[in-house]
Design a protein around this ligand. Structure first.
Ligand code: KG4
Ligand code: ZN
Length: 338
């Protein structure tokens, strides 16, 4: 059997990441988070691009050191071509192109959204993988999609957000409550101590399998502003219940669409990914779906849920096996569908 070493590079948003994959197994997965955006309450594209330029060489170096291999052993370089922020993508793309050219090894472009889904195929002990066909729900600060996955590279987006991503809904709600960015994990933390039925928020009406979260955010804003007029301490006095009610509403929205997707496709395997997969309510909802509706759910290791190069590496490996390479004219693509 051949020994395939893939170096993968991810730079689509605000995390610079490099990973080494040996056949199907991850040897290293280094992620440099960009703290700089915290004070702005969101990702600032120009700053993200600059931070990638500073991080990329040390991050790639660390990935090689941690995997204990020399770059001369690499079989190919996989990189995120898109979708994402153009300035961020350009850093990873040009770096990968130059390195592949210098080492004279194949270059493999990867679609970031496919990678979130194929992260389920990274070889891990005691982790069961979905079998084809399955439904994938990618939920993060930048994405909200339901995808019908027929095979590795045969996927169909059957639902997606028409405005904000679900992680944004968490983060913007948190901001309204005065919580620091990114507030999703904090909402989750408080929600676990609160009553999910304490307050009710209107769920959006969106046709089919698409999502909308911007109306919910506005609803929450008006609700909080109204309450603060009556009681300036409303947030502090009710934080757990407010968070629980917000989280409950968001999870109900996700659950309704999943139920609909299962009904329409007849597929009961649900594989999730993206940073919001960490949410305790999302996990409980999937577990509940297993006993109530006969779903089978799959959640990858958390470090493969958030933006990371390990997921880029597994796609690189699958493409390598097919001989599906890119040439040096390949360019970054900010909008790039599955
Ligand atoms: O995948 P990710 O690290 O980056 C991208 O956005 O691509 O996801 C980050 C998002 C943020 O919106 C963050 O608030 C949310 O995932 N998040 C959570 C939780 N952990 C992370 N949202 C709700 N509950 C959590 N436990
Ligand atoms: Zn992502």
């Amino acid at each position: 059997t051949s020994k395939i070493y893939i170096l993968a590079i991810e730079s689509s948003c605000d995390d610079t990441s490099a990973a080494i994959l040996f056949n199907g197994k991850i040897l290293s997965n280094v992620v440099a988070n960009q703290k700089i955006h915290e004070e702005y309450g969101g990702v600032v594209p120009e700053l993200a691009s600059r931070a990638h330029q500073q991080n990329i060489v040390p991050v790639v170096h660390q990935a090689l050191v941690k995997a204990n291999i020399d770059k001369k052993q690499l079989s190919a370089i996989a990189f995120t071509r898109g979708p994402g922020l153009m300035g961020s993508l350009l850093v990873g793309t040009s770096f990968s192109k130059s390195l592949a050219l210098g080492l004279d090894i194949p270059l493999i472009e990867v679609n970031h959204m496919q990678a979130h889904i194929l992260a389920h195929f990274i070889e891990e002990e005691e982790q069961s993988k979905p079998s084809f066909p399955f439904l994938a729900m990618t939920i993060s600060g930048g994405h909200t999609q339901i995808v019908k996955v027929n095979h590795y590279f045969d996927m169909e987006v059957i639902g997606e957000t028409i405005d904000d991503a679900v992680g944004e809904a968490f983060d913007k709600s948190a901001k309204i409550l005065g919580l620091p960015y990114p507030g999703g994990p904090l909402i989750d933390k408080h929600a676990q101590k609160g009553n999910p039925k304490a307050f009710s928020f209107t769920k959006p009406r969106v046709d089919g399998l698409n999502f909308s979260f911007s109306g919910l955010k506005t609803g929450i804003l008006y609700f909080i502003q109204g309450k603060l007029k009556e009681n300036p301490n409303f947030i502090e006095e009710n934080l757990d219940d407010i968070c629980a009610s917000i989280q409950y509403t968001i999870i109900e929205i996700l659950k309704d669409k999943l139920k609909k997707a299962v009904k329409e496709t007849g597929i009961k395997q649900i594989a999730i990914g993206g940073g919001v997969s960490a949410n305790s309510g999302v996990r409980a909802m999937l577990k509940d779906g297993e006993s109530r509706y006969g779903w089978k759910s799959f959640v990858p290791k958390f470090e493969y849920c958030t933006d990371n190069a390990a997921m880029i590496a597994i796609v690189g490996y699958l493409k390598y096996l097919e001989g599906n390479f890119s040439d040096e004219t390949v360019t970054a693509k900010a909008r790039y569908s599955i």
